[in-house]
Ligand binder design. Structure first.
Ligand SMILES: [Zn+2]
Length: 330
């Protein structure tokens, strides 16, 4: 009988926060810590180093957090250790900074509350020696050193040294094939791990929710709670997102064989956070993708991904929106 209280305690006391900050800079959690935590773009306030429609007057997306450097060598170069945000495995890394605007970067895979999530750390000066794809890493373990690598024409100055940190879900298992077919003129040096196959969540919101909710935090619930920008009906019954993110599918009492498609809700960044199965009888014949609803107030706040647009009083999917759906069900 003594075992019961022990197990009870174990269940409530020791679920570690699944995600942690990837450097020693923890000012994100301080009151008015923004200035100390984020690095803005050149000449812009720190807010432009956050996640969202924070660039080009709200018309350009920044899909991660630019976290300020705390440590420098005698030449003023950043030396902050970069740490795994959670337990996981190495999914991908690119040691050639010339191949990406991420510069030298590493991607880790984690499974949290049934959700496959990928953390990305960019502009690194060094990736830890001997790191291999598939290798397990512990949350808090050093994986790299902060730097300022990138292949963009405008270099990251010493003053703006930071790690660019993302938390992503992945659209497709067939990205490389989709890219070849749909973007034939564009190089793809990173296979399935091209940034266009990753869709980000705001790591600040994830970390804050986790701190506020403690052991009650659940990543699937966090994702299900995103604000909807638009909702689409898709005539397809099998695609990677459905298999990978089962936790986001709403259970309905209908037979699997009578499912003819899914109603999918997307947030402003194009993250499909809720999928509802529909039968053929519920889906009138119509276009491949049917835009069901647009949240105009969310669009007014966060329009920068340009996935939908208004024509007169009617909303429609843009070319980008359609392209995202093509990739999702490819
Ligand atoms: Zn960035």
């Amino acid at each position: 009988m003594r075992l019961v209280p022990f197990l009870f305690l174990a269940a409530i006391c020791c679920r570690a926060e699944p995600f942690r900050l990837p450097t020693a800079n923890h000012a994100l959690f301080e009151k008015n810590g923004g200035e100390k935590f984020f690095v803005g773009t050149t000449g812009k306030p720190w807010e432009s180093g956050g996640f969202g429609c924070v660039r080009s007057d709200g018309w350009q997306m920044h899909e991660g957090l630019d976290i300020k450097c705390l440590q420098r060598d005698k030449h003023g170069e950043p030396t902050d250790p970069v740490l795994a945000t959670a337990d996981g495995t190495v999914a991908y890394f690119s040691k050639n900074p010339a191949l990406s605007n991420y510069g030298r970067y590493i991607l880790l895979k984690h499974t949290v509350d049934g959700i496959e999530v990928y953390s990305l750390y960019a502009h690194l000066s060094e990736i830890r020696d001997g790191i291999k794809i598939g290798q397990p890493v512990k949350g808090g373990e050093q994986i790299a050193v902060m730097g300022r690598t990138s292949n963009t024409r405008e270099r990251i100055t010493k003053e703006r040294a930071h790690v660019h940190f993302e938390l992503n879900l992945v659209y497709s298992d067939n990205y490389a094939g989709w890219h070849k077919k749909n973007l034939p003129g564009q190089r793809n040096d990173h296979g399935e791990w091209n940034g266009q196959n990753l869709v980000g969540m705001d790591p600040k919101l994830v970390l804050q929710a986790e701190r506020a909710q403690g052991a009650k935090f659940n990543l699937a619930q966090f994702i299900q709670g995103r604000t909807e920008l638009f909702r689409v009906l898709v005539r397809k019954t099998d695609f990677p997102w459905l298999r990978r993110y089962r936790a986001l599918v709403v259970e309905r009492n209908i037979e699997k064989k009578s499912i003819a498609g899914y109603e999918i809700a997307f947030d402003f960044n194009g993250l499909p956070f809720q999928l509802i199965p529909h039968t053929a009888a519920e889906m009138k014949s119509g276009p491949k993708y049917q835009l069901l609803a647009v949240n105009a107030s969310e669009y007014a706040k966060n329009p920068c991904r340009k996935l939908v647009r208004q024509r007169g009083s009617r909303w429609e999917l843009t070319t980008r929106g359609t392209s995202l759906l093509n990739l999702l069900i490819y």
